[in-house]
Ligand binder design. Structure first.
Ligand code: DGY
Length: 329
């Protein structure tokens, strides 16, 4: 009997979906917009696998709509906060994600945000493109240096370490806070408050979990230097966005660079963060290069093929499949 796998998107890069199609019937959400939970539930009955992106809701209701045939949920993302891991564990469903293939690409974008926010690139690009470059003034677009600054990494997993390596080229001092990672030759481990107080750039690299929701809120922002920049390529919920907007607007924080938001996508209902000149905002493109997005899809499919072939999945999410250990961001 042919097994069925639900893909939450009809167009995915890489060769993975073709390989999947050779061994399974791929049932695809046909829409262009992000599917609702009801859209996915309608397609789910009887599927053995679900191939989803990092912001598709995969909850207990979807698992129940699929029924007892469901064996694997494969995310084409490193982040996994969209999956009800407890519900998957209760039902014996393997959940996989995509570590190992996107850290360098996301670290590149993290550095782009650091540079853009501190050197005020968003304001400069937008004034130039609106025909507003009338005269060269010494006081225009004055930013803050990146070279020689202190970089504080909250979370020192694959992406945090890749950002730290890039910081060496800028002559930055690097410190990090991560319960699982001590000092190494690149970075010194410190507690969170020391990191917030000493860093000129604070960059977030933790997954969104109940423990990290609003990890950066009023108190943490007040601990940062008024000349500091907050950067996040992690998940929107890690930062209290109202507190961040207030801190930047009141000048108690210099700037921010964000790729992720509490509400994604935004459509036409833009977050007030987008209009703030000292906040650079991007539409969740941290891993968006052709090769990396293809590698993410391919790895997600390989995980499904592993489970369909009765092999252990190659990158299961710890805690959902009996695999111990830390979860990277
Ligand atoms: C990830 O891999 O978690 C990226 O944010 C894309 O979802």
């Amino acid at each position: 009997m042919t097994v069925r796998v639900l893909s939450t998107r009809k167009e995915l890069p890489g060769t993975g979906v073709d390989r999947l199609g050779a061994v399974a019937e791929v049932v695809t959400w046909p829409g262009i917009a992000k599917p609702t939970p009801a859209d996915l539930a309608a397609l789910a009955p009887g599927v053995t696998g679900i191939l989803a992106l990092g912001n598709d809701p995969v909850d207990a209701a979807l698992m129940d709509a699929a029924g007892p045939s469901l064996r694997v949920i494969a995310l084409a993302s490193m982040g996994f906060d969209n999956v009800d891991r407890a519900a998957a564990a209760e039902r014996g469903i393997v959940v996989t994600h995509t570590p190992g293939v996107l850290a360098e690409t996301t670290a590149d974008l993290t550095f782009a945000l650091i540079l853009a926010a501190r050197r005020r690139l968003g304001a400069a690009v937008s004034r130039l493109s609106q025909g507003g470059w009338d005269v060269f003034r010494m006081e225009d677009y004055l930013g803050l240096d990146v070279h020689g600054a202190t970089l504080g990494l909250v979370g020192y997993g694959q992406i945090g370490r890749a950002v730290a390596r890039r910081a060496q080229g800028f002559g930055m001092r690097v410190i990090h806070h991560d319960p699982y990672a001590g000092d190494d030759s690149v970075s010194t481990a410190v507690d969170l408050d020391t990191l917030l107080a000493e860093a000129d750039v604070v960059s977030l690299h933790v997954p969104l979990t109940p423990e990290t929701r609003h990890l950066i809120s009023h108190r943490e922002l007040a601990t940062m230097k008024p000349t500091a920049t907050l950067v996040s390529t992690a998940r929107g919920g890690v930062v209290d966005e109202e507190a961040l907007l207030k801190a930047v607007q009141e000048g108690t924080l210099h700037s921010a660079g964000l790729d992720v938001y509490e509400r994604e996508p935004m459509g036409e209902e833009l977050s007030p963060l987008v209009a703030e000149p000292y906040i650079v905002t991007l539409p969740h493109i941290g891993s968006a290069t052709e090769s990396t997005r293809a590698a993410m899809t391919d790895l997600a499919v390989d995980n499904i093929l592993d489970v369909l072939g009765d092999r252990p999945a190659r990158t299961p999410l710890p805690g959902t499949s009996g695999t111990p250990g830390r979860v990277d961001a």
